[in-house]
Every structure is written in structure tokens, then in C-alpha cells.
Design a protein around this ligand. Structure first.
Ligand SMILES: [Zn+2]
Length: 294
């Protein structure tokens, strides 16, 4: 992340404008923007909206920010004093980076501000914010239960296949399993639909029903799609297909997905209309022809 600091000017006034809720790739990109804005710079002022965190304001402002890390959909801003600011954006949280002292035009509530002489990193609307000691991180109620992070280079297909075969997970339906952060960390609603489509599997399938080839294809998609989304600023469709669609007049949101939010539109592979089904309160989008029941 330190390498991005030289590109800071590109990121002033950054905010994640995607219409989807932030998932692992979006949080990782936001963390890089926050790191570019604040890591290694002297903090001029630090503000928490929540009363129970105000006692940390001056202590953290006097300490250096040494890293910004992500754990699935959570972010940790790590300070040299041995404390970290934990945040989880949930549905509504949004990061903005502005020039020093600047504030975006928004009706959202400011929850955390880190100002230095050049810029401000601002977190709006998030309610899940805490200050943790280093020894509290691994046992934090969210972080402590996370499976391997899909964006971590240490997470391999073999590890994913092993978890798909694990008795904790093998009987669960994929529609619910993929967004369970204890299975793997960083997947949310759009990645779930896209992974199931690319794997050719129905959300009702269970890992125990899959043969070797299907397990491998699923494990590959679980790692490849989030990493592609991170690299391409949110595209899980084939990039050349997305580019062609945009050249033909489609918006970015229309072009970036295989199936997500494409209800009634033709499948890019077979032309069958995409359908939307409910899974755990959140919709899954799928092609009834390309994705077979197990
Ligand atoms: Zn299809």
C-alpha cells in the first residue's frame, strides 16, 4: 500500500460510488485509498462521533499510522501505539478522501475523521467502529471467526476445496454458504451470484453433492472473481465483454456483471432470461439454463 502514496493526487475526492454494498474488493480498494491518504503522515486531528471512543482521540492523534489492513469486509487502521481503529461498513458505511479539512456534500453522518496537512480520510454512516489493542484483534467477535480471506495471496484453491469438504460446511447450500464469513471472508451478495454462475451451479447445491471437477471449478471461481473485481474496479463479467458492452452504450453498472441485477435480461452465454431468487433475505441472480441443480 505504501507504493500508492505517490499517486495520492489521483485519489483526492475518492469515494466508492458503486451501487452495490461494499464487499471484500471494495473494502480493499478503500483501504488502499485510506492508506495513501494517512499512512506515514503526521495526524493533525482525529475525530470520533461516538462518545465512548472520544477518549482515544488525542492518544491516536499523537501516534503514527503504520498500516491499513483489511479482514474480509472489515478494515483496521493500525497505529504505532499498539491500538487500531476497527471499522465495518455494513450496509451504509462509506469512506471519502478529501483535501485537508474538506468535507463531501452528503447528508450522511460523519463517524470518523483523520486529518493531516494534506488530506482527510472520512468515514460516514458506519456504526460498527471500535478501538482495539493489538492483542484483542485475533479474538474480536467478527475478525476471530473469519475464514481465509479470498483476496489474501496465502489463500489457495486447495484450502478452499478442503473447507468445502469439511463437515462444518459440506451439507450447507451454496447460496447461504458463500456469504458466510466463517467459510471464506470477503464475499457478499454480488460475488455470490457471480461465482455460482461461473461455476454453473444452483444456489441450492451442497458441497457434498459436487464431484472433483465441480469442486475445483467452484474453488477457482471463489478466488478468481473477487481478485478480478479488485483489479478491475468491480468487474466480474469477462473484461473484454464488459468493455464491448460499454462501447455499445451500456453503463458500467450494466456491463460489470454476468447475472447480478440482470433479472429478465438475456444470459450472455445462452440467451435465457436471468431470474432472481431469494436466499437468506438477499436475492441471488442466476441463469436457469447454465446453472444446474445438483
Ligand atoms: Zn445461460
Amino acid at each position: 500500500m505504501a507504493g500508492l502514496r505517490g499517486k495520492l493526487s489521483r485519489y483526492l475526492f475518492f469515494s466508492c460510488q458503486h451501487r452495490t454494498m461494499p464487499e471484500g474488493p471494495e473494502i480493499r480498494r478503500a483501504a488502499e485509498q485510506v492508506a495513501a491518504a494517512v499512512a506515514g503522515r503526521e495526524v493533525r486531528q482525529l475525530y470520533f462521533a461516538f462518545d465512548h471512543l472520544k477518549r482515544y482521540e488525542s492518544l491516536l492523534a499523537e501516534s503514527a499510522i503504520r498500516a491499513v489492513e483489511t479482514y474480509g469486509k472489515a478494515m483496521l487502521i493500525r497505529f504505532s501505539c499498539g491500538l487500531s481503529i476497527y471499522s465495518h461498513n455494513q450496509l451504509y458505511g462509506r469512506w471519502y478522501i478529501c483535501k485537508a479539512g474538506g468535507r463531501p456534500r452528503t447528508r450522511r453522518q460523519l463517524r470518523l475523521a483523520i486529518d493531516n496537512s494534506e488530506c482527510s480520510a472520512l468515514l460516514y454512516s458506519a456504526s460498527d467502529i471500535a478501538v482495539l489493542r493489538d492483542d484483542e484483534i485475533a479474538v474480536h467477535p467478527f475478525i476471530g471467526k473469519l475464514g481465509p480471506d479470498v483476496l489474501s495471496p496465502q489463500t489457495s484453491e486447495a484450502m478452499i476445496i478442503e473447507r468445502l469438504r469439511d463437515k462444518r460446511f459440506r451439507n450447507r447450500q451454496l447460496g447461504g454458504l458463500l456469504t458466510a464469513q466463517s467459510f471464506v471472508a470477503g464475499l457478499g451478495n454480488y460475488l455470490r451470484s457471480e461465482i455460482l454462475f461461473v461455476s454453473g451451479l444452483s444456489p441450492a447445491c451442497q458441497p457434498k453433492q459436487l464431484d472433483e471437477r465441480q469442486l475445483e471449478q467452484l474453488a477457482t471461481a471463489i478466488l478468481v472473481l473477487p481478485r478480478q473485481s479488485y483489479e478491475t474496479d468491480g468487474i466480474t463479467n469477462e473484461p473484454h465483454n464488459a468493455r464491448r458492452l460499454i462501447q455499445q452504450g451500456a453503463s458500467f453498472e450494466e456491463a460489470r456483471f454476468w447475472v447480478f441485477r440482470r433479472e429478465s435480461r438475456p444470459c450472455y452465454r445462452c440467451g435465457t432470461p436471468i431470474v432472481r431468487v431469494r436466499r437468506g433475505g438477499q436475492p441471488v441472480y442466476l441463469c436457469p439454463h447454465c446453472q444446474r441443480n445438483c
